[in-house]
Design a protein around this ligand. Sequence first.
Ligand SMILES: C[S@@+](CC[C@H](N)C(=O)[O-])C[C@H]1O[C@@H](n2cnc3c(N)ncnc32)[C@H](O)[C@@H]1O
Length: 304
Amino acid sequence: MIHSGLRAENSSLQKKVIDLNTIYYESCLETMKRIEDNYIDLVITSPPYNMNLRIRNGQYCSRQIVKEFSTKYSGFDDNLPIEEFYNLHSNILEELLRVSKIIFYNIQIVPGSKRAFFKMIGKYSDYLKDIIVWDKGFAQPAMASNVLNRQSELILVFERENAISRQFSKCNFKRGTLDDIWKIGRGKKVDKNHSAVFPEKLVQTVLTNFTNENDIVYDPFMGTGTTGFVASRMNRKWIGSEINAEYCKTALKRIKSSEELFLSVEYDNETKPNNEQQMLIFDKPSKIKYGKTKQVKKNKKRSA
Ligand SMILES: C[S@@+](CC[C@H](N)C(=O)[O-])C[C@H]1O[C@@H](n2cnc3c(N)ncnc32)[C@H](O)[C@@H]1O
């Protein structure tokens, strides 16, 4: 199911209500306004890395956006000034610590995010439980001389309570069986306009070791829906937020495919709304609504 921000605005004064197994087409900060304290069992997420903020002559500057080269997403510049990027992520982490018991925040050290993320780690060091190194197996050659090739990303683990201890209050692995370096290859592209997809195995590793069936998993930067897809396959409940309509649709389709369903949406041109946000008022899991939309649900085998 996908909810639009329009519905969210209407309900913002009401009691906090969030629907499970739903993608919220809006900023995660909006979605979290509707989540009760401590409601989420686990967050797993990969935020945008501010890839297009670069350094030239010792100063921050925005990189010229060249589609093939520097754009990981469509409709999103990914080049906030460093202080804004820091404030945004601090606000998001603050809210995540309110709504969730534990948070797996995947970051990559690039010029546009490095200072902001390390400053954020400092600010929230009381909640930093551990750091996992994601080893992607090989590095792409650095684009500039005198720069290390980057083969790893980090997964910052934050916990609201008892982060002072490295012992997890909830986990499924036995003593001595889970390392802090995870060798997992890069994710496969599932949308031609999105090049920063989680590998399913990464999400699966987190959910296997730190959640149980029916737990609620939230991804505030849902992208193409890997978290929802894996959570659904593993019988976890999930919620996602995503600001790009195309990715919402890709994610929903992908998650539905994990339930062996295909969704296709038919409308005639007269009833097709102009406003993309209006198009995304989806109701129940089995139903998509916008204007006189018809939803066609097909069995995978039959349509093959
Ligand atoms: C690195 S991608 C996530 C990829 C995702 N893990 C996957 O497997 O596809 C980050 C996503 O965050 C989205 N995004 C950026 N700012 C956002 C915000 N404030 N709230 C929700 N989503 C946001 C971008 O559109 C992008 O799709």
